[in-house]
Design a protein. Structure first.
Length: 156
């Protein structure tokens, strides 16, 4: 191979220099990518805070329901003429896992509210006293309690 042919072959394999040979990302592309990642991260962070608040509120409401059910079971266990079932209304504060709950128990045994001498309407209303506004709505459990009486069982 002659010197002339070697020079032509080396020219075809020359490394190109200049802006057409630069690989990678420019500073502007990197800045745009960082801005997009920052927006996505901030959006995800706000959703995380939202979820934590609503999970805490759901925990308050489920604890309020458990308190209401326990109170109703206690009232169902007592006899028809016991003191807890003769007091028209009581309000008290209950504590569960360091949180406060307002408990309102209403016993209706008059015809004004749907009760009678042989039927009592029991309402237990538990309201969480927390900072979550949506979780502060009351949990209400209703029940009826009838006096045990023997009726006439005449065959017709």
């Amino acid at each position: 191979m002659s010197f002339r042919n070697r020079a032509n072959s080396d020219a075809s394999h020359k490394v190109k220099t200049g802006p057409h040979n630069e690989d990678g990302f420019s500073l502007l592309e990197t800045a745009f990518a960082l801005v997009i990642m920052m927006v996505v991260t901030l959006a995800t962070g706000s959703l995380f805070v939202y979820a934590v608040n609503y999970n805490a509120g759901a925990g308050d409401r489920s604890a309020a329901l458990a308190i209401a059910q326990q109170r109703m079971e206690r009232l169902r266990k007592s006899s028809f003429s016991d003191a807890p079932l003769t007091t028209p209304s009581t309000t008290e504060t209950a504590l569960n896992a360091g949180r406060q709950y307002s408990v309102l128990t209403t016993i209706c045994s008059t015809s004004d509210c749907g009760g009678s001498a042989v039927l009592k309407l029991i309402t237990v209303q538990v309201t969480p006293q927390s900072a979550n506004q949506w979780a502060n709505s009351p949990v209400i459990v209703l029940s009826q309690r009838a006096t045990p009486s023997v009726g006439s069982y005449e065959a017709k």
